[in-house]
Design a protein around this ligand. Structure first.
Ligand SMILES: [Zn+2]
Length: 268
C-alpha cells in the first residue's frame, strides 16, 4: 500500500476497525496522512438518509450546519457567491441565502439534490466530487466542504477541483475529523493497551478513506500550491469551543484555505 497523498511507502499501522480488526488504517511517516486500505471495502451509502427541514432552527440535526454558518458570518463582512459541496438538506445554504449570499449546492445522485433545490428554491446540482462534477457557471467566493474531504480517495484531485471553482481571492472552508484530537489519541492508546474495545455491528464497513491532522492537511495544500489561512478545532460540545481555540485538540478541524501568491508572470 502506498500513501494517498505523497505516494510514499513508509507507512506504519495506526489502528484497525471492525469486530475482527479487519479494516486497517496506516499513517505515512513522511506526510502524516492516515490512509485506509480500501481493499476491504468502502461504505458511502450510509450517509444518504432522511434529513430534517432546513428551515428549522430547533432541530438538533441542523445544529452543526448552523455553527458552520455562524463561523462564515463572523469571518466575511460581505456576502458573495457560495457553493456548498455535499450540502445535504441545505441548512447552511438557507442561512447564507437569508444573509444575502448567492448560493448553490452539490449533492450525490440519489434524489437529495432535487429535494433540497425544491425546498429552498436555489440551484442544487447532482454530482460526485471531484470525479464527476456538473459544469458550474462562473466561480465562487467561498466553497464549503463539510465532512466531505475524508471520503475522497484522491486528496490532491479534490484540492485541485476546489481551486478551479474559486474566484481570484476566493477561499474554501473545509471541516473534517482531526485524527490528532485528544479524544482520538486517547481512544487509540486505550485500544492499544487493551483497555478499550469498540463494538462494531456485523455489517460495519468504514466510510472514511483518509484521516487528516494539521500537518498532513498542510502538506496537501502546499503540494497543490494553496495556503492554510486559518486552522481551528472544535468538537460536538459548543461550550468547549473557546478552550479549543487556545489548545487545538478538538476532534474536528475547521480550515480556511486560500490560493497563495499569484504565479509569477513570464519575463518578470
Ligand atoms: Zn504520505
Amino acid at each position: 500500500m502506498i500513501c494517498r497523498l505523497c505516494g510514499g511507502s513508509d507507512l506504519k499501522p495506526l489502528y484497525t476497525q471492525g469486530a475482527r480488526g479487519e479494516f486497517a488504517f496506516f499513517r505515512c511517516r513522511t506526510c502524516r496522512l492516515v490512509s485506509y486500505d480500501l481493499s476491504a471495502g468502502l461504505d458511502q451509502e450510509k450517509y444518504s438518509r432522511e434529513l430534517p427541514d432546513p428551515m428549522s432552527s430547533d432541530d438538533p440535526r441542523n445544529a452543526s450546519q448552523s455553527r458552520t454558518y455562524s463561523f462564515i458570518a463572523r469571518r466575511y463582512a460581505r456576502p458573495g457567491r457560495l457553493l456548498d459541496i455535499g450540502c445535504g438538506n441545505g441548512r447552511l445554504l438557507h442561512l447564507a441565502a437569508s444573509d444575502g449570499w448567492e448560493v448553490e449546492g452539490v449533492e450525490m445522485p440519489g434524489g437529495m439534490a432535487e429535494k433540497t433545490a425544491a425546498r429552498l428554491g436555489v440551484p442544487v446540482h447532482e454530482g460526485v466530487f471531484p470525479g464527476s462534477m456538473p459544469v458550474l457557471e462562473g466561480r465562487f467566493d467561498l466553497v464549503v466542504l463539510r465532512h466531505v474531504l475524508e471520503h475522497i480517495p484522491d486528496p490532491p484531485a479534490a484540492i485541485e477541483a476546489i481551486r478551479s471553482l474559486l474566484t481570484e481571492g476566493g477561499e474554501a472552508l473545509l471541516e473534517f475529523p482531526n485524527i490528532d484530537g485528544l479524544d482520538q489519541v486517547t481512544k487509540r492508546m486505550l485500544e492499544r493497551l487493551g483497555l478499550r474495545r469498540k463494538r462494531y455491528r456485523p455489517s460495519y464497513i468504514p466510510g472514511h478513506c483518509c484521516e487528516y491532522c494539521r500537518g498532513s492537511f498542510r502538506f496537501l495544500l502546499e503540494r497543490s500550491g494553496m495556503v492554510l489561512e486559518r486552522w481551528e478545532t472544535y468538537s460536538s460540545r459548543p461550550w468547549l469551543d473557546p478552550l479549543l481555540r487556545v489548545a487545538p485538540l478538538g476532534g474536528k478541524a475547521r480550515a480556511i484555505v486560500g490560493q497563495g501568491p499569484p504565479e509569477p508572470r513570464r519575463g518578470t
